[in-house]
Ligand binder design. Structure first.
Ligand SMILES: Cc1cc2nc3c(=O)[nH]c(=O)nc-3n(C[C@H](O)[C@H](O)[C@H](O)COP(=O)(O)OP(=O)(O)OC[C@H]3O[C@@H](n4cnc5c(N)ncnc54)[C@H](O)[C@@H]3O)c2cc1C
Ligand SMILES: NC(=O)C1=CN([C@@H]2O[C@H](COP(=O)(O)OP(=O)(O)OC[C@H]3O[C@@H](n4cnc5c(N)ncnc54)[C@H](OP(=O)(O)O)[C@@H]3O)[C@@H](O)[C@H]2O)C=CC1
Ligand SMILES: Nc1ccccc1C(=O)C[C@H](N)C(=O)O
Length: 448
């Protein structure tokens, strides 16, 4: 295939940036990827970055497109359901799928990113440049503004694909000139990571589950790691973090609210004091694509649509963007303007839908999972799923174990619920009629 003449820049060597570089390189397009951090394969992991990710069907399908699916799965820990730890009662397991067979996969973010970096660098036509912080884009002039070890420079870029994360510098730069609505909604909750180390060389909790300590307005979760530790994440109102100013207060709080976990956290007070509190934001910006004279810039992944992490879908969704851009480039015969225009039109309804579902899943995880009514409803849904031959599929299944476009899911769930409600109503009416008939018969018999 002939190589593309245009200078294509990818900003951000994170999960999406590396995947997209690999896909485009394979298509015969020369790309330069700019990453602000030093090469993580040399610098090693950094404190403050989230440790593991749940990767599910969408992410795996995208990894498959670059031959990394099996490698990723070999290093993953499957989680077949939620292990819920109520306060003052025993833990209970809630499977993710109706057959109990499907699992989401706990994968090290650093390892996945490094595998994707390796794949990008091994692809002919892809150049990766580390320690290059992009500070802005000038789409009209087709320029990228950078700060590297040699100071501030500008470089020509006809196509800029920005995968530089939730706090994207490219998005900020495009918004600063007007014409981009950059809405960011922050939660009052923040997050902090803690660790449950291995106990006697083994996992201290069941490694086949995503653990949840639902506490109403707050929660803690834990995902297993290959070294047999668990990474716990607190999702608390930010004021709750601030209220625990001393090691004694931290210990007392955990012993009261998370007693079973506190016993497994020898470094609790130290981790709590030293690990940062991150913010949680939903980005709903538009448009994602900016056209200049012969140049074009587009946002993707978290830069375009950061979502709160509660469905474990941010990376999965970012990967889907990359596959879609690559597919549309193929479909349009390499017409960047057309491909990126179609990309934003097609993806936006999907990313809006998962943004809402992710917010809703926070309430489900921190609150609803503890209710017996919720557990009964889930069990009934799973029973219905097993009997309906694909006509009834739960929202969790559709989001995590299929690649059905996110935007179709809320509509499909509404339709399914209407059918079930009509069925239940029909069942109730029939049962009512049957009961009336039975009582009439009984009266007649009694009258004889
Ligand atoms: C606590 C937490 C838990 C999560 N859990 C999950 C999960 O279980 N499953 C899931 O699917 N998603 C999860 N996510 C979301 C997931 O982390 C993001 O959706 C995903 O990382 C987005 O990928 P990205 O490539 O768009 O951005 P990133 O992976 O963040 O990559 C952005 C890259 O750009 C670089 N960069 C930033 N600014 C610049 C600049 N100016 N110049 C050059 N480079 C720059 C960064 O250094 C980084 O390497 C979680 C998020 C959080 C916060
Ligand atoms: N939707 C959401 O609510 C959230 C989404 N996310 C997404 O998850 C991704 C991963 O998050 P996370 O693992 O926390 O990583 P981030 O990329 O957000 O970085 C974590 C921390 O590392 C700092 N940092 C480390 N090295 C460098 C460097 N070389 N240059 C600049 N900053 C550096 C950052 O500083 P600085 O503050 O200067 O950037 C930041 O405080 C994010 O990029 C984002 O896309 C993250 C948090 C919340
Ligand atoms: N990875 C995460 C990170 C933070 C918060 C939740 C998750 C989840 O994956 C939740 C899971 N999908 C669940 O619904 O039980």
């Amino acid at each position: 295939m002939a190589r593309d003449e245009r200078r294509v820049a990818i900003v951000g060597g994170g999960l999406a940036g590396c995947l997209l570089a690999t896909l485009l390189g394979r298509r015969g397009i020369e790309v330069t990827l700019y990453e602000r951090r030093p090469d993580p394969r040399i610098a090693g992991p950094e404190r403050g970055r989230s440790i593991n990710l749940a990767v599910s069907a969408r992410g795996l399908a995208a990894l498959d497109a670059v031959g990394l699916r099996d490698q990723a799965l070999k290093r993953a820990l499957p989680m077949h359901g939620r292990m819920v730890h109520p306060l003052g009662a025993g833990q209970n397991f809630q499977p993710y799928s109706a057959d109990g067979e499907r699992a989401i996969n706990s994968i090290s973010r650093a390892e996945l990113n490094q595998a994707l970096l390796d794949a990008a660098e091994a692809t002919p036509g892809v150049t990766v440049r580390f320690t290059q912080r992009v500070t802005g884009v000038d789409v009209a002039a087709g320029l990228l503004l950078l700060e590297g070890p040699e100071g501030a420079v500008t470089e020509r870029a006809d196509v800029v694909l920005a995968g530089d994360g939730a706090y994207s510098a490219v998005r900020r730069s495009l918004a600063s000139g007007g014409g981009l609505d950059d809405r960011q909604d922050f939660l009052e909750h923040g997050y902090k990571e803690l660790t449950i180390p291995p106990r006697d060389g083994d996992f201290a909790l069941d490694p086949d589950a995503l653990h949840i300590w639902p506490r109403g307005t707050a929660m803690m979760i834990a995902l297993p790691n290959l070294d047999r530790s668990f990474t716990c994440t607190l999702f608390w109102p930010k004021t709750d973090f601030e209220a625990l100013g001393t090691a004694a207060k931290v210990r007392a709080h955990f012993e009261r609210h998370y007693p079973d976990a506190a016993r497994l956290m020898p470094a609790l007070a130290d981790d709590f004091a030293h690990n940062p509190v991150g913010s949680l934001v939903t980005v709903r910006c538009w448009p994602w694509v900016r056209y200049g004279e012969g140049a074009v810039a587009a946002l993707l992944g978290d830069a375009a649509h950061a979502i709160v992490p509660f469905f474990g879908q941010g990376a999965n969704c970012a990967f889907e963007d990359c596959v879609e851009i690559d597919r549309l480039l193929g479909k349009t015969g390499g017409d960047w303007s057309r491909a990126l225009s179609l990309y934003q039109e097609r993806r936006k309804p999907n990313t809006d839908a998962i943004a809402e579902m992710a917010l809703d899943n926070f309430v489900e995880m921190r609150d609803r999972v503890s209710s017996p009514v919720y557990r009964l409803t889930r069990a009934a849904q799973h029973a219905l799923e097993r009997r309906s031959a694909g006509r009834y599929v739960s929202r969790y299944e559709l989001v995590s174990f299929t690649t059905v476009p996110y935007a179709q899911i809320p509509r499909r769930i509404r339709r399914q619920n209407q059918v079930v409600a009509a069925g239940l109503l029909g069942g109730a009416v029939l049962a009512g009629l049957a009961a009336r008939r039975l009582s009439r018969l009984a009266r007649r018999r009694g009258g004889r």
